[in-house]
Design a protein around this ligand. Structure first.
Ligand code: SF4
Length: 333
């Protein structure tokens, strides 16, 4: 996994925290550049679209100051801003690019105790146990190899929380999580796509077979698990690609995942901003915007036309009902 960086941009008060100090030591061989705020680094926002891969090599360290929870109605009740935003990988459809544009590089927030205190308070005050999605702004398995934040997060919530935490990932480095005292309170979701899409579109992520093995291991370790087929990308040979993916899942997932896991399916949306960056930064990449099958959805966004979606949905439901019939499909969106 390429987690090398070429420079660290940091808010000075991040060094007052233990994690800030640990990172300072770990990356002491890199240039450290002081910034006022992780949200405003003018020299980086002024970069050209084609510099996107270079920007992704920077690591940003700061404090998370806003902690706004957004209501959600899929697997979780709340989307929670947690210990990172952005990511070192470069999936060509990454929705974080819609939020951060070229500045979708990895930002680490060192005040994790404060964020967990808030989350536990919200959990305790709710009339019923809540589920908190902590991975909607980054990939926490990838982040964890630098910060070691997940063991702290999972075990503290296991002891003090009432509901569940959940996060999705496209990475396989789950070893540090397997022996934790999680008490079944963290729902682990593995995001998958056909091997060809992983290698041409999900740049810098883990191979499909490694993700399947990681999901098997997490289920064996007693975590509640889910499979996220997302985003479904309707390339010209999509039926073949997704048919083979489902066959491979049926072959390689273990019984534990098949008996206890659930499935989510999300069709790709794409945006004008992503298209502009990808066109300049990855001119050889497979084009994701298809004007024949996609339609505008307001604010520069594109999604598949309703008839195209309906065909994909019925194909996937049919194939899953043959191959993975014990796993319920929670939603297709
Ligand atoms: S792994 Fe997730 S967060 Fe990282 S670039 Fe890919 S989609 Fe974005």
């Amino acid at each position: 996994m390429n987690m090398s960086f070429d420079a660290v941009y940091y808010e000075p008060n991040a060094l007052d925290y233990e994690l800030g100090q640990m990172l300072r030591e770990k990356y002491k061989h890199l240039p450290w550049i002081e910034i006022e705020s992780h949200n405003r680094i003018p020299e980086l926002s002024a970069a050209e679209n084609q510099d996107f891969p270079k920007l992704k090599k920077h690591l940003i360290i700061g404090l998370r100051k806003t902690h706004k929870y957004v209501e959600n109605h899929k697997v979780s009740d709340w989307l929670v801003p947690y210990t990172s935003s952005g990511c070192r990988a470069m999936c060509l459809y990454c929705y974080l690019v819609c939020n951060y544009n070229k500045c979708a590089y990895l930002r680490l927030f060192v005040n994790r105790e404060q964020m967990m205190d808030r989350l536990l308070k919200k959990d305790a005050a709710a009339p019923a146990p809540q589920t908190f999605e902590i991975g909607s702004n980054s990939d926490l398995i990838l982040e964890n190899i630098i910060t070691d934040n997940l063991p702290y997060t999972i075990e503290r919530f296991a002891r003090e929380g009432r509901g569940h935490l959940t996060f999705p990932t496209k990475f396989d480095m789950v070893k540090p999580l397997l022996n934790l005292d999680h008490r079944g309170k963290t729902i682990f979701r593995m995001s998958v796509n056909p091997h060809e899409i992983v290698s041409c579109v999900e740049l810098g992520t883990a191979p499909l077979s490694a993700r399947i093995q990681a999901l098997n291991q997490m289920a064996e370790a007693g975590y509640p698990v889910g499979l996220l087929i997302a985003p479904v990308i309707l390339l010209p040979d999509w039926k073949e690609l997704y048919g083979e993916l489902i066959d491979q899942l049926a072959d390689e997932l273990n019984e534990k995942v098949k008996k206890t896991g659930f499935i989510e399916i999300i069709l790709m949306t794409y945006s004008f901003v992503q298209n502009a960056i990808n066109t300049d930064a990855f001119p050889q990449a497979v084009p994701l915007l298809n004007r024949e099958t996609m339609t505008g959805r307001g604010r520069g966004k594109y999604c598949y036309r309703n008839d195209v979606r309906a065909e994909a949905e019925s194909f996937l439901r049919e194939k899953l009902s043959q191959q993975l019939k014990t796993m319920p499909i929670w939603y297709i969106s």
